[in-house]
Every structure is written in structure tokens, then in C-alpha cells.
Unconditional design. Structure first.
Length: 406
């Protein structure tokens, strides 16, 4: 693995988004189809696999109080701006929302589930009279693999795009975590400076989440306990507060951008904010923080690729927390053994945390994940690690991750 490959993966997998990525991807598919038909359509049919439906069905569309995937598809078709990619549902106007609701009442809009499709799968069929456009998004949320109009290809790529080809390097046993960290350490830091945009974006979401007590108000709750002196203003509680507050903001339904990772806003929050929290408390430079964030995001993607065939798993509680813990250990000058131990501690603690990625209670779950990320790092630096008893934990961190994915 070279640094250009890792950089390409980071640039493809670390993306700004508003609201649920599943809803955004469905809206994106509909937008491409609508644009192809010149904005004219009188029916919409969406086909997704079960995981997309489960993860996206309960998420609030930004700027509205709507939660259905049907309205996401309609608004994407009305918005008709595929160049906005996964932020296409940002800034939905009142007029567009009213138009979408009226379309749902008057026209045919369906969401169907195809259980045979694995990974991520979205098809959008838009029809206008005798004309039809068919769009397929596969593997990653913005990876359009084909667009056909009236049975003729308008666009077609290999079934797996460049992003998918790049990320497959994490599926084998050739890449080691220590190697990835070494690459980040040697990479020109200006190449990863863009990752600090994610820090700024997710910190802003946390600030808004606290100030406006968004979602379940978990971040605001921790903030008040710290202000009252009930909790100390230490690295664990600071990381918990920021992470929970950003998750609250994300799930509130407001137009707040989140820097996502590996197809999840919650991954991006968990991989970035605990690392930033420790970096801020330590007073590290922008360069060192950017390298730590790169480590966290890279490991998050590595783990997600290796476990994403598990249909019920939301990896933000484990994959991103493991990445964050590794990066925190690195920030605190821990060696490769300590880094591996910190990740094993996270996996041992959080392996049982399952759930959908689109539920409001993830503010609670991510605060737990943030605390475990920090505490697992501190334990590893004092040579405390979950024991090997024939379960998930194994001799190497790579084998431990493989065991978890079985």
C-alpha cells in the first residue's frame, strides 16, 4: 500500500452529508433520473436492499419533519441537482416540500425491497408517459454505476467503481494497521489537511447540538453536568459531550452538515470528535491532529470494509471507536503494541452494540463509544488489554477484526 492509494480512499470515503446517507443516496438516484428526463416525471419506483431500508427509514429529512424514503425520492427528483451529491437534501424549500407532499398524494411512488442484493443497492425508476429512466447506485452511497433512458445506456461504468476497487485492498490480509499508520506518519501533511474540514464541520454540529439542545439532548446534558461540576471537565467527558452533541444535531432533522466516513455520518462523528477532543486538551499542532484524524478514519474504513457484510451491524460503535482509540493512543505517543491493545479493548467492549444507523438514540450510543475509545487507549498505555480466551480477541489486531467479522 502506498500513500496515494490511502489518500484516494480517504478522499472517496470521507464526505460531507446532511441527514441520513441512505435517504440522501435515494434522493441522489432520483435526481439523476429526473435530470435525465428533463425534470419531467409522473411516477417513481425505488428498489433497495434490506439494509438501506432499515438504516434510512427512520431518519428525518433535513429541514422537514418527514421520515419516509418515499418523500426523500420525490424531493430528490424535484430538486434535480445531482451535482450536490449526498448533500442534495440540504436546504429543501417550503415550496419544494409542499410540491413533494402533493406529488405523494396524487402520483405513484413506491419503495420495494430486494433481499437478494447485498452491501448497498439502490435502483430508481422514473417515468413520464412512455419515457423511462433507470439509475443504479451500488456499493457506496454516491457510486452511480449506470443510467439508462428508454433502455439505452446514458452512462455505464464497471460494476465496481474506482472507490470500490481501492477499498478492496482492505479485504485481504496484506495490509497491516501498523503499515497504515507508518504511511500516515510519512505522508506530506498538506495532503491530509482537508481532513481538518471534517473537524470544523463536526465541531460546529456539536456546538449547535449543545446550544439548541437538539435531538435527545445528550450532549447538552453532559455539558450541563460539567458546568455544574457534577462531572469533571476531563478528556473522557469532553469527548463524550462533543460526540453525543454532534449525533444529536445530526439526528434532529435540521440542515446541519456532518463529515461522514465509510458511508455513515455517525462513523464520521465517532472517528473525528474524540480524537479532536484529546488533541485540543493536549494542545497539539494542526499537523499532528490531521495525522491523527487520518489514522482514525483510515482504520475506521479498514474495519468497516471487513465487517460490512454483517447486515445488522452499525459499525460506528465499534469500527470508528476502534479507529479513534488507535489515533488517541498515537497522539499520546503510544507505540504500535499499545495501539493494537487499545483497539482490542474497544472491540472487546463494544462488539455487542448492534443497531440501525438512523435512530435518535445514537446520541447515547456514540457517547458510550467515545468514552470507550478514550478509556481503551488509556488502559492500553498502562498495558491493560482484554485477554485472549478463544473469543473475538486474538494475538494480532488484524486477526481480532477478522474474528469479529465472522
Amino acid at each position: 500500500m502506498n500513500y496515494n492509494l490511502l489518500l484516494n480512499i480517504l478522499k472517496a470515503e470521507v464526505l460531507p452529508t446532511v441527514g441520513s446517507l441512505e435517504a440522501g443516496a435515494i434522493a441522489l438516484a432520483a435526481a439523476y433520473a429526473s435530470e435525465t428526463l428533463g425534470g419531467r416525471f409522473d411516477s417513481i419506483s425505488i428498489i433497495v436492499n434490506a439494509k438501506v431500508n432499515t438504516d434510512g427509514a427512520a431518519a428525518v429529512i433535513p429541514g422537514t419533519k418527514e421520515t419516509s424514503l418515499e418523500i426523500a425520492a420525490v424531493l430528490g427528483a424535484i430538486k434535480r441537482q445531482p451535482e450536490k451529491q449526498l448533500s442534495i437534501l440540504a436546504s429543501i424549500t417550503t415550496e419544494e416540500l409542499d410540491q413533494g407532499k402533493e406529488f405523494l398524494k396524487q402520483k405513484d411512488v413506491t419503495i420495494s425491497i430486494d433481499d437478494s442484493k447485498k452491501g448497498l443497492w439502490i435502483e430508481a425508476y422514473l417515468r413520464f408517459g412512455q419515457e423511462e429512466c433507470h439509475v443504479i447506485i451500488k456499493d457506496t452511497h454516491a457510486n452511480v454505476v449506470s443510467i439508462t433512458k428508454n433502455g439505452q445506456f446514458v452512462f455505464k461504468q464497471d460494476a465496481s467503481g474506482d472507490t470500490e476497487k481501492d477499498r478492496t485492498v482492505f479485504q485481504g490480509d496484506e495490509i497491516r494497521i501498523a503499515e497504515m499508520i507508518s504511511i500516515v506518519e510519512k505522508m506530506p501533511w498538506y495532503e491530509m489537511e482537508f481532513l481538518l474540514d471534517g473537524v470544523e464541520m463536526n465541531c460546529f454540529a456539536a456546538e449547535i447540538g449543545i446550544a439548541q439542545k437538539m435531538g435527545l439532548g445528550i450532549g447538552a446534558f453532559f455539558h450541563s453536568l460539567i458546568a455544574e461540576g457534577v462531572l469533571s471537565d476531563d478528556i473522557v467527558n469532553y469527548a463524550k459531550m462533543l460526540t453525543a452533541a454532534a449525533a444529536d444535531a445530526r439526528m434532529s432533522g435540521e440542515n446541519i452538515k456532518i463529515m461522514s466516513c465509510a458511508g455513515s455520518g455517525n462513523h464520521g462523528i465517532t472517528a473525528i470528535l474524540p480524537v479532536y477532543a484529546i488533541g485540543k486538551k493536549m494542545g497539539v499542532s494542526k499537523e499532528r491532529l490531521a495525522r491523527a484524524i487520518a489514522i482514525s478514519l483510515g482504520i475506521t474504513i479498514y474495519i468497516k470494509v471487513r465487517i460490512e457484510h454483517l447486515p445488522a451491524l452499525c459499525g460506528c460503535a465499534m469500527a470508528a471507536a476502534a479507529g479513534a482509540s488507535a489515533a488517541i493512543t498515537w497522539l499520546m505517543n503510544g507505540d504500535s503494541t499499545m495501539i493494537a491493545k487499545s483497539m482490542k479493548n474497544v472491540i472487546g467492549n463494544l462488539a455487542g452494540m448492534l443497531g440501525d444507523d438512523g435512530k435518535a438514540e445514537w446520541g447515547i450510543n456514540l457517547s458510550i463509544a467515545a468514552a470507550v475509545a478514550v478509556e481503551s487507549s488509556l488502559m492500553a498505555q498502562h498495558h491493560i488489554v482484554v485477554p485472549i480466551h478463544g473469543g473475538i480477541a486474538d494475538d494480532t489486531i488484524e486477526q481480532t477484526i477478522k474474528n469479529f467479522g465472522k
